[in-house]
Design a protein around this ligand. Structure first.
Ligand code: ADP
Ligand code: MG
Length: 245
């Protein structure tokens, strides 16, 4: 069998007595869009925090990227090795121009690259997410939320990731913007990046995911094809029943 690109093995994160992530294991194949869903507070964002070690690593467990152990590496080394992420809230540098935001990421990944090549890489990342060239030099603090999300994704792509972890990219977007975000996710995938996608907008998750993992109270309750997982009685009870929707 083909080795997984990303392998999460028995990952737990405890905050005192709270098992926010509790013995979670799953494999992501190269090229997949791997969806993750679960009620609020089920440990999804904490899982991404632990995988990237931003801001903390796991209490127990192993993360392998192409077979290589990542939990002992620094967050910077993890990003250089090929795991990048976006956050639930858009964290861009408001006082920098849009393209300078992406250049910060290029510089962190490839400080020795010539400036014109750095700019070319930033422009390519912005192009993949469909960011309008006319807005490259506008201050990031003044652009609407959808563009800020594009910038955050472009900055992650500028790190040349093998795997991009996306935490609820569709949150606080309008219907048409969610459709545009779907195209961005597919475009990033087509560019050769493996994607792990946490998303609350289930329609989007179902449309783009090759595989779907459901987490409840820090534990995996289902992992399989999206159409199958959403028929699982335990998933319907925990997540789709309406109580948490
Ligand atoms: P999700 O992203 O699925 O909504 P989170 O991963 O943000 O859930 O949170 C999972 C649980 O862990 C929640 O109960 C949350 O309050 C708790 N938690 C998350 N981060 C911390 C932290 N830094 N310290 C203490 N508790 C935390
Ligand atoms: Mg979250």
């Amino acid at each position: 069998m083909e080795n997984p690109r990303l392998s999460i093995q028995g990952i737990s994160k405890h905050f005192g007595g709270l098992k926010a992530v509790d013995n979670v294991s799953f494999d992501v194949k190269s090229g997949q869009i791997f969806g993750i869903a679960g009620p609020n507070g089920s440990g999804k964002s904490t899982l991404f925090n632990v995988i990237t070690r931003v801001p903390f690593g796991a209490t127990h467990g192993t993360v392998l990227l192409d077979g290589q152990e990542m939990q002992k590496a620094s967050p910077h080394a993890i990003s250089l090795s090929g795991i990048a992420r976006t956050f639930q809230r858009e964290n861009v540098f408001d006082s920098l121009s849009c393209i300078d935001n992406v250049l910060v990421a290029v510089e962190s990944h490839s400080p020795k690259l010539g400036f014109s090549q750095q700019v070319a890489r930033a422009e390519r990342a912005l192009e993949i997410v469909g960011f309008p060239p006319t807005m490259h030099n506008v201050k990031a603090g003044s652009v609407p939320v959808f563009y800020r999300k594009q910038l955050m994704i472009a900055s992650a792509l500028a790190l040349k990731p093998k795997v991009l972890l996306m935490d609820e990219p569709a949150s606080s977007l309008t219907g048409p913007e969610i459709d545009a975000m779907k195209e961005i996710i597919l475009e990033v995938s087509a560019s050769g990046v493996t994607i792990v996608l946490i998303e609350h907008v289930l329609a989007l998750l179902m449309e783009v995911s090759d595989q779907l993992l459901i987490i409840d109270q820090g534990q995996v309750i289902a992992n399989g094809l999206p159409g199958e997982v959403t028929q699982d009685p335990q998933v319907i009870e925990a997540y789709l029943g309406g109580a948490h929707a």
